[in-house]
Design a protein around this ligand. Structure first.
Ligand SMILES: *Cc1c(COP(=O)(O)O)cnc(C)c1O
Length: 219
């Protein structure tokens, strides 16, 4: 995609963030934009950095291993994909933050990286079968497990949520996420909202939105 198309998309995304914040009296600086770059080539990502993007979200270790050494500049890497235990150590070595912790088995592997890493627990907020994330009822138990690891810094919660055609239908789920955040000691991160629903997510308290298509077009 061209640099000017990306610049225009970024402008629109920032306008949506500003409007959603204005609607509920929040400051746009409270909302961190994570540019989701799975399948997006490195030159486009370098354009994104030049346009002011400072956080990338990737969902596959293999892809990130190739990309991270090629991107210059002060950027944060956020892992947002499903977290296989056998890859968790390498993911924790490469990424600044992992949004998708959902099992106690991942924790010793993350700890083996031997460096501090920010994590969110992914919540299957609507209890959908076959979906990643811990059930809301099991959140307390996983929080207690994570707190056993001094290098694993539990920042908050992440959700993807059910697929709905009207983003308004996500509001009750996002609201539940904000309530669940009270179960995370010192939890401040709410990673929720994607291209089609980040406006509603911001209105309901999202601190990290993960946006791919609105920036880079359809994958
Ligand atoms: C792909 C992906 C996104 C971005 O979705 P878009 O609809 O492209 O904005 C956000 N979060 C996760 C976990 C993803 O896998």
């Amino acid at each position: 995609m061209s640099n000017s198309a990306l610049a225009a998309n970024l402008h629109l995304v920032r306008a949506r963030i500003a409007a959603a914040c204005a609607a509920v009296g929040r400051m746009p600086s409270e909302v961190k934009l994570i540019a989701v770059t799975k399948t997006i080539p490195v030159p486009v990502m370098m354009d994104a950095v030049r346009l002011g993007i400072t956080r990338f979200g990737e969902s596959r270790l293999q892809e990130a291993v190739l990309k991270t050494p090629l991107i210059q500049g002060d950027v944060e890497w956020h892992f947002i994909g499903s977290l296989q235990s056998n890859k968790a150590r390498k993911i924790a070595m490469l990424f600044d933050a992992i949004h998708s912790v959902d099992s106690p088995h991942q924790l010793p592997e993350i700890a083996k990286a031997g460096r501090p890493v920010d994590v969110c627990i992914q919540v299957n907020i609507a209890n959908e079968p076959q979906k990643s994330g811990v059930a809301p009822d099991s959140l307390d138990a996983l929080v207690a497990e994570v707190l056993n690891y001094p290098n694993i810094h539990l920042r908050g919660l992440m959700t993807i949520g059910p697929e709905v055609s009207d983003p308004e239908d996500m509001r009750p789920w996002f609201r539940k996420m904000r309530e669940l955040l009270n179960q995370v000691p010192h939890g401040t991160w709410l990673s929720m909202g994607m291209t089609h629903d980040f406006d509603v997510a911001i209105q309901e308290g999202a601190t990290h939105i993960r946006v791919g298509r609105a920036l880079f077009g359809d994958r």
